[in-house]
Write a protein that binds this ligand. Structure first.
Ligand SMILES: [Zn+2]
Length: 717
């Protein structure tokens, strides 16, 4: 059977090498007279609905710590996220820019460009120690948010397939870092991911019934996260930092939990996902207040910059300081930093939100909205207008009877900034797989005029079937197959559903069916690198190498940063004997993902075969620098040393290979050979004996050689 790329990358576990934060510039050290007063702690709770907090009217009792915190903070009742998706929302929170300006419009395939100024950069320039403590895969450092952070702790993502870590781990890591840096001004950002799907609350927050509905499980995650936050607050209180720090707590978006037919978040712009809790506590200023005017999560970066006396340049957000405290600037000791637009306290300031998720995936119309205190207008093929006071559930569309109001609100929408789908870089297979395990769909469809006329709310059942399939793909392939087939019955031209149905067939070994579905998906405009990579795998298996190569060329053309596709192209070229082509492909894989070890290893193997021993040894070293537990690279390095008659380093390399994989027969053979050269007879005997036990029958020649060596050792005893 051909391994599905999305589940089993070709060469062992492709290490999830998280790129460390770029740290080229040392932080300038500005002496701070009272560092603690200038400490700023930002907590983003992923997927937290405002209405789950007691402070926002919930009677469920899920959030005692947040409710206690809210009693000494400003509580914003109309805070709006600009995108109900994790990466773009956080890109806005950390830049103050709307998505059209920072360019990150969905989770998959986007990254924050290097030229976009970030809050962390601005604070570091002001002498702040900057630390980020990440809870979930969508914010992995390589997606661009790490810039400006001295420490960007997403280390847990290095484990293969890891997608999240619990709030207590994030809090523990952040609290230790805060303790170490409290003698200087600091900016700590904690990202707590637990309420995001899949919902798996730990005891004692899990519902008693094993078949509890999704919203009960979700509530359990919220309660657990609140308890972890309570432990953070306690720790800050014990160290005296709690009262002296500015602490800001916000959600990146909420969760629909079935409202309007949406299971999670990302598609629609109703309040279940775009209205977020926002609590801000200033240093020493216990000034609880309620702010009812609309604000944006884009306002957080300029607010925090103003707290630190830092400058962000021109941004879409506005500092919230004047809304927090009449003398907020004075309370923070940052004179002159709190200049604010007169519109700040305006109940009719329109807060912006957008979703390009399905525009990118399916070519359907994007959705864009503005929300005032009372009204929400949603721009769509069938536009919507809701009176949030009379109809908080957004059930009665008033666009026909309030046409002038709707038109006026539409005019306040910012420029859309081009079609996101057209500019979406393609995702890599591994990234797509990790996002799938969090319920996200990957890929993009070339938008056609017909697709762009599709209103996502008119295809809600198609989308529900796709989400159901994604949810089942890992644990219930048959159910997933049925779900994607259902989506195709409802929407026969849906290339995305075809591609995901093809993936299920591919993993089940139904290769002919998979091939046909991939071809149909591509013809329908859904040009996903996975489709081409898997078509190539099928063709290669059938010995059609030219066809395989053509498919891989398509994959790397769409997914230029898809290191796995480049690596496969290199392997295929090596198989075809096209050494120069293979070299180019492996080099491109290295450029696409510099942290990955496999392309270095593969290139080194080619150099060894070509007789370029020095280049080969250097390549194996490069591979090991990226993955120190790479048994094949240690083995090949050892072989190089043995060929160069250097048994001592050869033995070290073989031992390292065996430490990584104790039953590695070839490495035992090599180690015994090196031990023989070094005159270490007992060790050589032991390793030859173990090799003879472990070696598969096809090593007949080596087994005979080992037996011969053992007889020789016996004679010299
Ligand atoms: Zn999120």
């Amino acid at each position: 059977m051909v391994a599905a790329r999305v589940f089993a990358p070709l060469l062992g576990a492709i290490a999830a090498v998280a790129l460390a934060a770029c740290r080229s510039e040392p932080a300038p050290t500005t002496p701070a007279s009272d560092a603690a007063a200038r400490s700023i702690i930002l907590v983003t709770v992923d997927t937290l609905r405002a209405d789950r907090l007691g402070a926002y009217g919930s009677a469920k009792g899920l959030t005692p710590a947040l409710d206690r915190f809210a009693r000494g903070a400003a509580r914003f009742t109309a805070a709006v996220t600009q995108v109900p998706l994790t990466l773009p929302a956080h890109a806005t929170i950390l830049t103050g820019l709307h998505p059209a300006k920072h360019g990150v419009r969905s989770n998959d395939g986007f990254r924050l460009r290097a030229g976009v100024p970030t809050l962390a950069d601005a604070l570091r320039t002001r002498g702040y120690a900057t630390g980020a403590f990440i809870g979930g895969y969508p914010l992995q450092a390589s997606f661009g948010l790490a810039r400006g952070f001295d420490r960007y702790d997403d280390d847990f993502l290095r484990a293969a397939g890891a997608v999240e870590r619990p709030a207590d781990d994030v809090v523990g890591a952040a609290a230790s870092w805060i303790d170490q840096h409290r003698s200087q001004p600091l900016f700590a950002w904690l990202h707590l991911f637990d309420p995001h799907s899949p919902y798996t609350p730990p005891a004692p927050f899990a519902p008693a019934r094993s078949d509890a509905p999704a919203d009960a499980l979700y509530d359990g995650e919220v309660a657990y996260t609140d308890a972890a936050l309570g432990r953070l607050f306690d720790r800050l209180q014990r160290s005296g930092l709690f009262s002296r720090a500015a602490i800001l707590i916000v959600a990146d978006h909420g969760e629909s939990l079935g409202e309007h037919g949406e299971r999670t978040h990302g598609t629609f712009l109703y309040d279940a996902t775009v209205r977020v809790p926002l609590l801000v506590k200033l240093p020493d200023a216990a000034s609880p207040r309620t702010v009812t005017v609309p604000v944006e999560v884009a306002d957080l970066a300029p607010t925090i910059a103003a707290m630190a006396g830092a400058s962000l340049g021109a941004v879409d957000g506005q500092s919230l300081l004047p809304l927090l405290h009449p003398n907020a600037a004075a309370a923070l000791g940052t004179p002159g930093s709190a200049a604010r637009d007169a519109a700040a306290g305006d109940p009719d300031r329109p807060a912006y939100a957008e979703s390009y998720y399905q525009n990118v995936l399916l070519g359907w119309s994007p959705l864009r909205a503005v929300r005032t205190s009372r009204w929400k207008f949603i721009e769509a093929p069938r536009p919507e207008l809701y009176d949030l006071e009379a109809d908080p559930g957004e059930q009665r569309n008033r666009v026909d009877d309030r046409a002038a109001l709707a038109a006026g609100l539409q005019r306040t929408l910012p420029s859309p900034g081009g079609d996101a789908a057209a500019r979406a870089p393609a995702p890599t297979g591994e990234s797509a797989e990790r996002l799938r395990s969090l319920g996200y769909v990957s890929g993009s469809t070339t938008p056609s005029a017909a697709a762009r006329a599709v209103d996502p709310k008119d295809r809600v059942e198609v989308w529900a079937a796709i989400e159901d399939g994604i949810d089942r793909a890992g644990r219930d392939p048959h159910g997933a197959q049925q779900a994607f087939a259902r989506a195709l019955r409802l929407d026969p031209g849906n290339g995305l559903a075809m591609k995901y149905l093809a993936d299920v067939s591919f993993r089940a070994g139904q290769l002919r069916q998979a091939r046909d579905l991939y071809r149909r998906a591509i013809a329908a405009g859904f040009r996903h690198p996975d489709a081409f990579v898997n078509l190539a795998a099928i063709a290669e298996r059938d010995g059609r190498l030219d066809e395989a190569r053509a498919a891989l060329m398509e994959a790397v053309t769409i997914g230029h940063a898809d290191a796995d596709a480049w690596n496969r192209l290199g392997l295929l070229d090596a198989r075809r004997g096209a050494v120069d082509d293979a070299r180019r492909a492996f080099t491109s894989a290295m450029a696409a993902e510099p942290g990955r070890a496999e392309p270095y290893y593969n290139l080194a193997v080619i150099e060894r075969r070509a007789g370029n021993e020095r280049a080969a040894q250097a390549g194996f070293e490069e591979a090991l620098a990226r993955n120190p537990a790479y048994p094949e690279a240690h083995y090949e390095l050892g072989t190089g040393y043995l060929l160069a008659r250097q048994p001592e380093p050869a033995l070290n390399a073989y031992r390292a290979a065996l430490a990584a994989r104790p039953d590695y027969a070839e490495a035992l053979f090599g180690a015994a050979r090196a031990e023989l050269d070094l005159g270490r007879s007992d060790e050589a005997r032991r390793d030859y004996e173990r090799f003879v036990q472990l070696a598969p029958p096809e090593y007949r020649r080596q087994i005979a050689a080992a037996r011969e060596a053992l007889r020789g050792l016996e004679r010299h005893r």
